[in-house]
Design a protein around this ligand. Structure first.
Ligand SMILES: *Cc1c(COP(=O)(O)O)cnc(C)c1O
Length: 362
């Protein structure tokens, strides 16, 4: 048995052991082809089955019909920051954006290059410690879309409501909380997520888009910058990141086999309760950095009483078999990332370690 640590990395992140074992089993000879998935043609029936299954499973798990296109784009979520305004804004039309820190700030920066962004709301004044309330948003009626970042991986906040504006397509960067809980995905015209947090390894960005929005894209775009290319060719216009799509398919099956989003949500809620339970019990030692009503189910961020203790905790944790607890370099502190593949056992064990650390150091 290989030595495996409890991996709390924020992305790329831990993958389910059962899925890694399937990959290992199928690696040298994928279903009698005598080749690995990395080596087969993306035009082969074997890959076609993988791609079709992935598309079908995304719709099924999200509860969406085939009015929604499922695409695998490359360039990560970051390329979507530019592709969205490139396809849907410009000519004086500005997408509306809510700035909830780091990633949404980057999305706004890219939109500004592509023709402008309207700031519909922000929690910058509060160092991004909360998600703005619906009443505080200012979304112009003629906005071509509203863009939000449902989970703020670095700041540790998450939207716990879905903003709705009649006739304005809602677009969400769900890179770090896609398929982590039950949600009415039909309220979104488009969701996208880099695969390396909740969906598999790095290499693709899942894009799910309603056909009504797709029809609004501008004509005359280069092929790889036009969503229609991905939608009509099922992401097979050029060579797709086939290994990543294969592993995403395995993750989607893993989610389905557990009982879908209801089952995943149950585990994630249990992890959330335990982590924030510790923060609430010892707020002078584990100082949560965000407002209670905006806490993320996926990335819990905290500071310790001083930076030396933070460094010591990270080093001691590593020695004890817990990796990835360091907060993002831009904010410091401690971050417990607990995506779908992180087990409740892993969370309980790291909290046990952290409690011992608190006792020994306070
Ligand atoms: C990680 C992350 C990104 C960046 O994803 P890339 O695939 O590296 O471009 C964007 N948005 C959010 C919310 C993220 O967590």
């Amino acid at each position: 048995m290989a030595h495996r640590i409890f991996n709390f990395n924020a992305g790329p992140s831990t993958l389910p052991l059962d899925v890694l074992k399937i990959i290992q089993e199928e690696l040298l000879d994928y279903r009698g082809t005598g080749m690995s998935v990395m080596e087969i043609s993306h035009r082969s029936p074997e890959f076609d089955e993988i791609n079709e299954s992935a598309i079908t499973l995304v719709r099924e798990l999200m509860g969406l019909d085939d009015k929604y296109h499922v695409m695998f784009c490359t360039g990560g979520a970051s390329t979507q920051f530019a592709m969205i305004p490139f396809n849907f804004a410009g000519n004086g039309q500005k997408g509306a954006y809510v700035d909830t820190g780091t990633w949404s700030t980057k999305a706004i920066k890219e939109a500004n290059i592509m023709g402008g962004a309207h700031l519909a709301g922000s929690s910058k004044d509060n160092e991004y410690r909360h998600i703005p309330k619906a009443a505080d948003l200012d979304v112009p009626a003629n906005s071509p879309y509203l863009h939000i970042t449902t989970n703020n991986t670095i700041k540790g906040t998450q939207w716990h409501y879905t903003p709705e504006y009649d006739g304005i397509p809602l677009i969400a960067d769900m890179s770090s909380d896609i398929l982590s809980h039950q949600l009415d995905y039909s309220k979104f015209a488009m969701v996208y997520a880099g695969t390396q947090k909740n969906l598999g390894p790095a290499g693709a960005c899942l894009v799910v888009m309603h056909d009504d929005l797709l029809q609004k894209r501008k004509d005359g775009n280069p092929a790889m910058w036009d969503y229609r290319t991905y939608a009509t060719k099922k992401s097979l216009y050029n060579t797709p990141p086939s290994l990543t799509i294969y592993i995403v398919k395995l993750i989607l099956e893993w989610i389905k086999n557990q009982g879908g989003l209801a089952a995943v949500e149950k585990v994630n809620k249990a992890k959330y309760d335990k982590v924030y339970g510790m923060i609430d019990q010892y707020p002078d030692f584990f100082k949560g950095t965000v407002q209670t009503d905006s806490r993320s189910w996926m990335n819990a961020t905290m500071r310790l009483p001083n930076e030396d203790l933070e460094k010591k905790l990270i080093a001691d944790a590593k020695a004890a078999g817990f990796g990835g607890l360091k907060g993002h370099r831009s904010v410091g502190g401690i971050r417990i990332s607990m995506y779908n593949a992180m087990t409740l056992e892993g969370v309980e064990k790291v909290l046990g370690f952290m409690d011992e650390f608190r006792k020994a150091n306070s």
